[in-house]
Ligand binder design. Structure first.
Ligand code: TYC
Length: 126
């Protein structure tokens, strides 16, 4: 069974389409059907963690700048998160609905690339 909330998550939507599962309208165009089932208990839109990964080359100051710029942290918060990532390998920058989390990841990756730093950022279901 596919609930409409599942279709808010683009990778799952793509997987359902690729699998030709029950979402397929059967017109052979790879189109998915409209989710018509309703939940007795509607779910909140699912949330995604934006994760920052450590590396050996990105300057600490750059990571702090990224956290301030894209995650609206102050200097103290940004420094704490940066040091956590530096010491533990990975850390949470924030938790958002999928589209916002994806936008943040793209903004960070673009900004790092423009500045020739290997900084990596990803998302994970909360
Ligand atoms: N490990 C980096 C250094 O020593 C700093 C760093 C911290 C890099 C956090 C990435 O997500 C990161 N310069």
């Amino acid at each position: 069974m596919i609930f409409s909330a599942d279709l808010e998550f683009p990778p799952l939507r793509r997987a359902i389409r690729a699998a030709g599962d029950e979402g397929d309208s059967g017109d052979g165009q790879g189109q998915i059907g409209i989710a018509t089932k309703t939940r007795a208990k509607p779910k909140k839109p699912s949330q995604f963690k934006v994760l920052m990964l450590n590396d050996d080359y990105t300057p600490m100051e750059f990571v702090v700048m990224v956290l301030k710029r894209f995650f609206n942290m102050d200097l103290e918060q940004a420094t704490r998160v940066m040091l956590h990532v530096h010491q533990r390998g990975v850390g949470v920058c924030g938790i958002y609905p999928y589209e916002i989390a994806e936008t943040k990841v793209n903004q960070v990756m673009d900004f790092a690339r423009q500045n020739q730093h290997p900084l990596q950022c990803t998302l994970e279901k909360a």
